[in-house]
Write a protein that binds this ligand. Structure first.
Ligand SMILES: [Ca+2]
Length: 199
């Protein structure tokens, strides 16, 4: 009986270790460094990071889009892909809570919706409503990914989200881009964003 328990325990530990090797270091290293492609769920306040844009997009779309280019730069030229990033992304295998996600924006670390190795995709549980009201507040980008403070240089909004970028935390204001669907260059706000809002 003891031997059986030890054996089962060993198998379980090995399984947990294996899962940890796959998921935890990738998340930790990307969150600590500036590289990698992270997905932040604003509705659940959770971040997951990946080594490729394709893997991040598969997560962000809950498995709906699994054939995105490896690099974010190539994704921009793919208009059919851009279309598929809009609309509801059902969550497989989850009950009635948080059953659907929506992409809010993809933030890039260099101009022209390109990246030097990193992107930050932000999603929520509803599309933006085009009524001039704010739908989401992302007060401090460091809550999702510390090294992405003062790093955003271009962005694309999805699901009718106009994205405003704030020099400081949203509650502290400062300079802003104003709400925009997309910016390929951000002028004086390049590499300055700390807070974001979506509306
Ligand atoms: Ca800032």
């Amino acid at each position: 009986m003891n031997a059986l328990r030890a054996s089962a325990g060993t198998v379980l530990t090995a399984g947990l270790l294996f899962a940890g090797v796959v998921a935890v270091p990738a998340q930790a290293s990307a969150a600590e460094g500036t590289g990698g492609h992270c997905v932040y769920n604003l509705s659940t306040d959770t971040t997951a990071c990946y080594s490729t844009f394709r893997a991040a997009t598969a997560d962000a779309t809950n498995g709906k889009v699994t054939d995105a280019p490896i690099s974010a730069r190539a994704a921009l030229a793919d208009t059919s892909l851009q279309k598929r990033l809009d609309g509801p992304m059902p969550t497989a295998g989850v009950g009635t809570r948080e059953a659907v996600d929506y992409l809010l924006s993809i933030e890039y670390d260099i101009a022209n919706l390109s990246s030097s190795g990193g992107t930050l995709t932000i999603k929520g549980n509803a599309p933006c409503v085009e009524d001039g009201q704010r739908d989401y507040t992302f007060n401090d980008v460091r809550d999702a990914w510390p090294s992405w403070n003062d790093r955003i240089s271009s962005f694309q909004g999805y699901n009718t989200c106009d994205v405003n970028h704030y020099e400081h935390q949203v509650i502290n204001g400062g300079d802003t881009t104003g709400p925009k669907r997309s910016m390929t260059t951000m002028g004086s706000m390049s590499n300055k964003t700390t807070g974001l809002t979506f509306g």
